[in-house]
Write a protein that binds this ligand. Structure first.
Ligand code: ZN
Length: 148
């Protein structure tokens, strides 16, 4: 699971039929996205949830303890920032990179509601399994189809 290489896994358990991976960053410091200055000063923490690819047909959720850091560079316009985990998170993403890749493949092959149904059957957690997922898969499929 290379997308989990940069995190420390605290616990893996089952809840509500899903496999839950409790994890946190394995690094002490994070770089400010505006000025690049590394900071180890934590302003706060919260849990963020990412869907991941299924394990043995069972949905997987990564519950990541995320830190909001203080930028220490005088003059940087960004006072605080949320750390990103290389290879795992990007701002506002709700899916791990492997799950995003799998959903993209399903979206290209099937799109719409059939794609959403297949993703659900394969144990891929989607936030809103009907309309939102269908729209997302359709959008991905439109982008990937070659134009005539
Ligand atoms: Zn900064």
């Amino acid at each position: 699971m290379p997308h989990l290489a940069e995190v420390t896994i605290d616990q893996i358990h089952e809840a509500g039929g899903r496999i839950v991976i409790e994890a946190r960053s394995g690094r002490d410091r994070a770089a400010c996205p505006d000025c690049g200055t590394e900071s180890g000063r934590v302003h706060g923490r919260y849990r963020r949830q990412l869907g991941d690819t299924a394990l043995a047909g069972r949905p997987v959720v990564i519950r990541l303890l995320v830190r909001r850091m203080l930028c220490l560079r005088a003059g940087c316009a960004r006072a605080t920032f949320v750390e990103q985990i290389p290879g795992l998170t990007s701002p506002h993403s709700r899916y791990s990179p492997p799950l995003r890749k799998a959903l993209t493949a399903i979206g290209v092959a099937l799109a719409g509601r059939p794609g959403a149904r297949l993703a659900r059957r394969l144990g891929m957690p989607v936030a809103h399994p009907t309309r939102r997922c269908s729209r997302q898969l359709s959008r991905i499929a439109r982008r990937r189809r070659p134009r005539p």
